[in-house]
Design a protein around this ligand. Sequence first.
Ligand code: ZN
Length: 242
Amino acid sequence: MSPHTPQDPRRALVLFSGGQDSTVCLAWALSRYAHVETIGFNYGQRHVIELTCRPVLREAITAQFPQWAGRLGEDHLLDLRVLGQISDTALTDDRKIEMSANGLPNTFVPGRNLIFLSFAAAVAYRRGLSVLVAGMCETDYSGYPDCRDNTLKALQVALSLGMDSPMTLETPLMWLDKAQTWALSNALGGAELNDIIQEHTHSCYLGDRSKRHSWGLGCGQCPACELRQKGHEAWLKNLETP
Ligand code: ZN
């Protein structure tokens, strides 16, 4: 089998926000499926800067990885700003990000990923795509209940039944910590892919892309920057350990 032959003939849709995790998911899908499309959501994020990273990342990956370029299909951007009407969080207004009594950050939009995945599944159905790839993760960070493996397994069943068509939900990062996520992108696309991720993905909650660090651009202070920094440092440390 030539390296240009995908392992899996199915067609996939990647939930692609322009952040680190979803970019690794995109590379993972491109290394595996015959055809890959991307979907993003504008839900009134306080900083839409992440969305502006998406086409830049798609172009950078296409240019750097010709073996993947032919598999990358359309991009879809859905307007879900209606979510702003049912959430009151730091992502959608100017409140400070803090932890609430139940241990969840106040950026939490209840069930947000269920909504995103349901919209993605409807688009996938119409486009003849049968795999959804998403970057949810139980390991590292969130207490977000809509990121948990059991939640997503249940949703996979519900979507497949509700559309009477098999819809596989793949979450390649589910059991990885942030250091392992860097290791995965390195395994998929080497230093070239990690350079693209470092330079063009956005994590910072404050939308700051003016300060450069070894792990990328961001304020360096907010929880998202801290998490990214820690993960990158841990990855580098793992590399040093024989
Ligand atoms: Zn930040």
